[in-house]
Design a protein around this ligand. Structure first.
Ligand code: PBG
Length: 323
């Protein structure tokens, strides 16, 4: 009798679907990005990222409490300083915006794990991720700046640092700087395979970090390259990375899957600003079911092999998952 094989038997109702489901998403998987700025009682919504804000330290603490209460274990901090200069001094200023926010969060919400993004682009007047000479981002002089930035975040109390600049050798430079000062227990999550993506557009409004000239294609990866991601990851692991990240996530699920297959470290994936804004915009126009689209995207990132997801949807997804 045809057909003996009927896969639909296991899709009959939600109970059996729940029993055979291969992938689950939990608030434990999420890292929620926050944008720290200067001033007091400041909370400015980012137009292209509805529901996301630039916040002063006092307001970030309130936000951090909310994130913690939803069962999300960690936040990732970005900084928007009051003044930017050629060498991004704000990045390693002990009184900088991120350093202040870290201290405030660790003081008031000690149970929340605080990760800091380590990069120069939010702090430089030219908006590039490093030291500029002859119109080019110079790799090796940038390493000293990044090491100083990571160290100053650790001194402020950061639980983990996450370099996102894509300079060669930065994981090792940061590891050495941290170890020399006694921060041997501070892990590094490296943005190992970070692509030169159009999907960072809304973030650059959020962080006010659009490059003043040129683009980031001489340091971030070419979206056409797959094997090169394995090389980048192998190098970062060799240099001492504890967690490796793929960024963006949605258009790079093959990369997440390759890395999962080839390495045993925890893999993180960054569901970036543009991926968030696409869904928000389509939902606003009534063209998509926002909640279902969000959960589908997060599930697919887990299915591809990510252990951790950095996402602006973390709070909304946690609310659904906690029900
Ligand atoms: C800093 C950095 C960027 C993002 C994270 N860290 C922007 C960039 O590289 O231009 C993007 C995050 C997002 O789009 O959500 N280098």
């Amino acid at each position: 009798m045809f057909p003996f094989q009927r896969p639909r038997r296991l899709r009959k109702n939600e109970t059996i679907r729940r029993m055979v489901r291969e992938t689950s998403v939990s608030p434990d998987d999420f890292i929620y990005p926050l944008f720290a700025t200067y001033g007091k009682n400041t909370r400015k919504e980012i137009k292209s990222m509805p529901g996301c804000f630039q916040e002063s330290a006092d307001r970030i603490v309130k936000h951090a409490k909310e994130v913690h209460s939803l069962g999300i274990p960690a936040v990732l901090l970005f900084g928007i300083p009051e003044h930017k200069d050629e060498i991004g001094s704000g990045a390693y200023d002990p009184k900088g915006v991120v350093q202040k926010a870290v201290r405030a969060i660790k003081d008031k919400v000690p149970g929340l794990y605080v990760i800091t993004d380590v990069c120069m682009c939010e702090y430089t007047s030219h908006g590039h991720c490093g030291f500029i000479e002859d119109g080019d981002v110079k790799n090796d002089p940038t390493l000293d700046l990044l090491a100083a930035e990571a160290l100053s975040h650790a001194k402020a109390g950061a639980d983990m640092v996450a370099p996102s600049d894509m300079m060669d050798g930065r994981v090792e430079a940061i590891r050495i700087a941290l170890d020399e000062e006694g921060f041997t227990e501070t892990p590094i999550m490296s943005y190992a395979a970070k692509y030169a993506s159009a999907f960072y557009g809304p973030f650059r409004e959020a962080a006010e970090s659009t490059p003043a000239f040129g683009d980031r294609r001489s340091y971030q990866m070419d979206p056409a390259n797959r094997r090169e991601a394995l090389k980048e990851v192998a190098l970062d692991i060799d240099e001492g990375a504890d967690i490796v990240m793929v960024k963006p996530a949605m258009s790079y699920l093959d990369i997440i899957s390759d890395i999962r297959e080839n390495f045993d470290l925890p893999v993180a994936a960054y569901n970036v600003s543009g991926e968030y804004s696409l869904i928000k915009a389509a939902a606003k126009l009534g063209w998509i079911d926002e909640k279902r689209a969000m959960m589908e995207v997060l599930t697919s990132i887990k299915r591809a092999g990510a252990d951790l997801i950095l996402t602006y949807f973390a709070k909304e997804a946690a609310k659904i998952l906690n029900k």
